[in-house]
Design a protein around this ligand. Structure first.
Ligand SMILES: [Mg+2]
Length: 228
């Protein structure tokens, strides 16, 4: 294959991310359950609060922490306990300090791909937080550019194509999220590689659409080797 531009997602593509959030959410629900609500309802209120806060404050651990706190305050009402608030806050701080856990086969696969293709890391989130994760991952050397945006939508894909002069037929977005990686990329005419992750965040779920480009579905990151 001739030289292509590979746009590569980070969270839940290069390293584990959502699994740590899910673990915290499970514990959070256990903290809130004594207020007298079913677990599924607590999760639903949290999801709605997250949607609202993402619109106002963007993605990231702090926005998430704010959502947990607001959900607890809303559901606990008169029963609010300061120890529970402190516990939630402590867990969010721990989450922010969790080092990225690189997924199986990722460094070797990037080392192989970079010899043949141009690699650009493309992630959404809070800029300082995402930049720190990239730094701690030790993977930044494989990428010609690190692009961190507030939202991965058609407009940001257009911007990226323009900025890096990507020939769309030779550009691929590789990631785990139908909503942020696959659908907007194919809608602007790029190709995409969908690598599903069992722990993809609920708010990223969406049916995969088809576009003018190619769509490949692979079971693991290391499989990119056989196609590129
Ligand atoms: Mg991802």
């Amino acid at each position: 294959m001739r030289r292509h531009t590979l746009l590569i997602d980070a969270d839940d593509t290069l390293w584990e991310n959502n699994v740590f959030f899910e673990k915290l959410i499970e514990d959070f629900i256990s903290f809130v359950e004594p207020c007298g609500y079913p677990r599924a309802f607590i999760r639903h209120v949290l999801n709605e609060t997250e949607r609202k806060n993402i619109r106002q404050h963007g993605y990231g651990v702090r926005s998430f922490g704010r959502s947990l706190e607001e959900t607890y305050l809303q559901l606990a009402g008169e029963k609010v306990q300061h120890e529970t608030l402190a516990r939630i806050h402590g867990r969010v701080v721990d989450l922010e300090r969790t080092p990225p856990q690189i997924m199986d086969g990722v460094p070797d696969t990037l080392a192989y791909l970079v010899q043949k293709h141009r690699l650009i890391l493309f992630t959404k989130g809070e800029p300082a937080e995402q930049a720190a994760k990239v730094q701690r991952s030790g993977l930044q050397g494989f990428f010609e550019a690190i692009e961190i945006v507030p939202e991965k939508d058609q407009a940001t894909y257009h911007g990226l194509v323009h900025k890096h002069k990507i020939v769309k037929t030779q550009g691929w977005m590789i990631g785990n999220s139908p909503r942020s990686d696959i659908n907007p990329a194919v809608r602007v005419g790029l190709n995409a590689v969908y690598i599903p992750h069992a722990n993809t965040w609920e708010l990223e779920h969406e049916p995969v659409v088809s576009g003018s480009g190619k769509l490949m579905i692979l079971p693991a990151f290391r499989e990119l080797r056989t196609h590129f």
